[in-house]
Design a protein around this ligand. Structure first.
Ligand SMILES: [Fe+2]
Ligand SMILES: [Fe+2]
Length: 273
């Protein structure tokens, strides 16, 4: 597959930003970029014919070809080789420390939050966009629920609601709100996939909920389209984090909150028990 090197580097915030990324982070970003570009290239190569997506049975047949499960959190597996030694977390780690040392490169969530900021969303929604997929470092399966639980002790209720339920709403188009079913989901779940009962029940509940638009707006901003001119950095969100993220003075993981153990696991995923 052809890589537009210039556009790829620009999507990461330019050569200066790229020079600060380690090789693993670069590989992750490249994989993500290729995933996104695939759609357009596949359509172009086939003269506009839509890409052929796998079936659920075809994806199922791949399970025993891997030595990891697809739901595994990113800090626990390197699908391209051995895992790398992680830099230790500081003594009293903050959210920004986790972004730098465990969630990096975090392009996708930074891009989503940047879009929410530009389109004038509420600060609760911007924060939800910034955090919505971070728990995928810990667990990809049911990541909306894992993510909400991870952040719930520290953020506004509406932001946690947005994080928890964006996962379910991703499966249901809402053209009025500007959200279409993503091609990415045909590719990763299978073209004939139907969401499990807990997702369907959650969708029904949300349709009538007064906060429906909180998770819906997370899905609207949950785009995999990179703006080549966008700067990806956590800097523009410093004030919003300061206002809405109740950072414990002992540091995340040391504060005995209901999710402290999840932060400790992220901090030290090499612990044997
Ligand atoms: Fe997500
Ligand atoms: Fe996302």
């Amino acid at each position: 597959m052809e890589i537009d090197r210039r556009a790829f580097i620009a999507s990461l915030g330019g050569t200066a930003a790229v020079s600060m990324m380690d090789s693993e982070a670069k590989a992750d970003a490249l994989e993500h970029w290729m995933e996104e570009s695939l759609d357009e290239q596949a359509a172009a190569a086939q003269g506009g014919t839509p890409e052929k997506f796998p079936t659920v049975a075809e994806l199922d047949a791949q399970i025993e070809t891997r030595n990891y499960r697809r739901g595994t959190g990113n800090v626990f597996v390197n699908t391209r080789g051995n895992v790398k030694k992680l830099e230790a977390m500081p003594k009293n780690p903050t959210l920004q420390d986790f972004f730098r040392l465990r969630f990096a490169p975090a392009n996708h969530v930074l891009q989503s939050a940047t879009r929410a900021l530009k389109t004038g969303m509420s600060e609760e929604i911007i924060l939800a966009c910034l955090l919505h997929d971070c728990a995928q470092a810990l667990m990809k399966a049911d990541h909306g629920w894992w993510g909400a639980q991870l952040f719930e002790p520290y953020i506004p209720e509406k932001s946690a609601f947005g994080i928890r339920y964006h996962q379910a709403l991703r499966f249901y188009a809402d053209p009025d709100a500007g959200y279409e079913y993503p091609d990415l989901y045909y590719r990763i779940f299978g073209q004939d996939y139907t969401p499990p009962p807990h997702i369907e029940a959650t969708y029904k509940m949300l349709r009538n909920h007064k906060w429906y638009m909180e998770p819906r707006m997370v899905t609207v901003n949950d785009l995999y389209a990179f703006d080549p001119n966008a700067k990806v950095s956590i800097e523009p969100f410093t004030d919003i984090i300061g206002r809405h993220f109740k950072s414990p003075k002992e540091g995340l993981g040391n504060d005995n909150s209901p999710s402290a153990h999840m932060w400790r696991t992220l901090g030290n995923p090499d612990a044997p028990l």
